[in-house]
Design a protein around this ligand. Structure first.
Ligand code: GDP
Ligand code: ZN
Length: 460
């Protein structure tokens, strides 16, 4: 185990560049305070108490030129995020000045932090476990309050304590198995096998419950993939416009994507929706809509939720019926739009045809759209809200490891009910214990740690 002083001092810009008026440049390491003090005018930072903030100016010692007006926080080890000395420089000079401050710190002895290195230090110095480290990443990326809430509850170690309890259950049994293998004359094989089966099944049940949360957890993180479907002229673009322009909407284009795959995120009553193929919907207003069903099918393949629109003022067409058939089996809300133009179809008729919830709207006059938003929220949270259990599995690495542990324990149960000797079945039992440990980092190989932390944003 490395001691704190064996690490050099790292620095990075820790606020997203270009967002908000204030930028933070953060340093962590033994020399952090000394380096900051060398470029700060406004007091001696080396003698100030820990966890205090100081107003002053940042100067370039080479020419004594003032770079920016700043607030500098000094936080001394060990009560910091990394358990090292941390200095944060809050400046407001925009991207050029922020970069200049970072460059200055690098010139004065700090090293540019790698992506995720601050969080990695917190992990290596024993401040947080892997699930907590991942939660930091999730908080950074969280798109709505609800998602942030889930990430924060994990940061407090909710998932950690669940996994640890499962591991303890397995460990208690493993201890028994070891005793029996060491003293074969004490013939308790049957008892041990029975106990292994009971414990395996108990842990399997807990894994299953965690995995059930994974779909929702992933959706919370990434947004529920939502397709707006309907034949031409029913009001798809109007609905899209409404959703992306409402007060609660967060519209972000995924960087680096072309217009064809443009994805937009909106928050509907706290539910993050990732709207699929919105470029297609926007485009069709300028072009002849020749693709209807075909294009819808592509969007459908990716969708977790379908918003299926109908024109209330017209009788159902063959295309409407084809779309009902194509979206069967998806989470679906039927929207009977244009009710201001009179009703050729009733809500009840549509309910029967779609076996889905039906909301009658006039998107043009913004009528019943709140009802629609409530329906989306309810559909999403039904099943989550009911359980007080806030712990959710929110990322693919965790899901993968849970699936693996599940397989190992299923193999144990199958082996033991099929008369395989206990010491053979124990290999998988052992394996499950280790696999679960990988989730929390208690048995994590180095490359996993490196891979994980390299995903973090710079400066975190
Ligand atoms: P899309 O082809 O499915 O994308 O449909 P649009 O959103 O482009 O809407 C087609 C036309 O219907 C536009 O002129 C809209 O203003 C109009 N429209 C949309 N919703 C309503 C509604 O609730 N009532 C009425 N009267 N017109 C609507
Ligand atoms: Zn349109």
């Amino acid at each position: 185990v490395k001691t704190l002083t064996e690490f050099d001092t790292i620095a990075a810009i820790s606020t997203p560049i270009g967002e908000g008026g204030i930028s933070i440049v953060r340093m962590s390491g033994e020399a952090a305070v000394k380096i900051a003090n060398g470029v700060f005018k406004g007091g001696d930072l080396t003698v100030v108490p820990s966890h205090t903030i100081h107003y002053g100016h940042l100067i370039d010692p080479a020419d004594q030129q003032v770079i920016d007006e700043v607030m500098v926080s000094v936080m001394r080890a060990p009560k910091t995020f990394t358990r090292e000395d941390i200095v944060e420089i809050n400046c407001h000079g925009g991207i050029v000045v922020t970069n200049r401050i970072l460059q200055l710190l690098l010139k004065r002895g700090a090293r540019m932090a790698e992506a995720g290195e601050f969080t990695k230090r917190a992990f290596v110095n024993g401040r947080i476990d892997l699930t907590q480290a991942e939660s930091v990443m999730d908080i950074v990326r969280a798109k709505t309050d609800r998602a942030r809430q889930v990430a924060e509850s994990q940061l407090e170690g909710g998932l950690l304590s669940k996994i640890q309890a499962m591991r303890q259950e397995l460990l208690d049994t493993l201890a028994n198995v070891e005793v029996n293998i060491d003293y074969p004359e004490y013939d308790a094989d049957t008892i041990t096998a029975d106990q292994m089966i009971i414990v395996s099944k108990s842990v399997l049940g807990k894994i299953a419950r965690l995995l059930e949360t994974a779909a929702e957890g992933t959706a919370l993180r990434n947004g529920l993939a939502t397709a707006i479907i309907g034949r031409p002229n029913v009001g798809k673009s109007s609905l899209l416009n409404y959703l992306t322009k409402s007060d609660t909407a967060i519209v972000t284009d995924v960087a680096g994507t072309t217009r064809d795959t443009l994805e937009e995120y909106v928050a509907v009553k706290g539910v993050p929706l990732q709207l699929i193929d919105t470029a297609g919907i926007r485009e069709t207003d300028n072009k002849v809509e020749k693709i209807g069903v075909e294009r819808s099918k592509k969007a459908l393949a990716k969708a977790d939720l379908v918003l299926l629109l109908f024109d209330a003022s017209r009788a159902l067409t063959a295309e409407d019926r084809a779309l009902i058939a194509a979206t069967a089996g998806k989470k679906r809300i039927a929207i009977l739009n244009k009710i201001d133009l009179g009703q050729q179809i009733t809500v009840d008729q549509l309910k029967q045809l779609t076996a889905s919830q039906v909301i009658a709207t006039s998107i043009l006059h913004e009528k019943n759209l709140d009802q629609l938003e409530e329906a989306i929220k309810d559909l999403f949270f039904s099943g989550i809200e009911n359980s007080n259990d806030q712990v959710m599995v929110t990322n693919q690495r965790q899901v993968g490891l849970l699936e693996q542990a599940k397989q190992q324990l299923q193999d144990v149960v199958q082996a033991l009910t099929g008369d395989v000797p206990v010491d053979i079945a124990q290999i998988d039992f052992n394996g499950a214990w280790e696999t679960l440990g990988e989730i929390t980092g208690e048995s994590s190989p180095d490359e996993l740690v490196n891979k994980l932390f390299s995903q973090f944003c710079l400066g975190k």
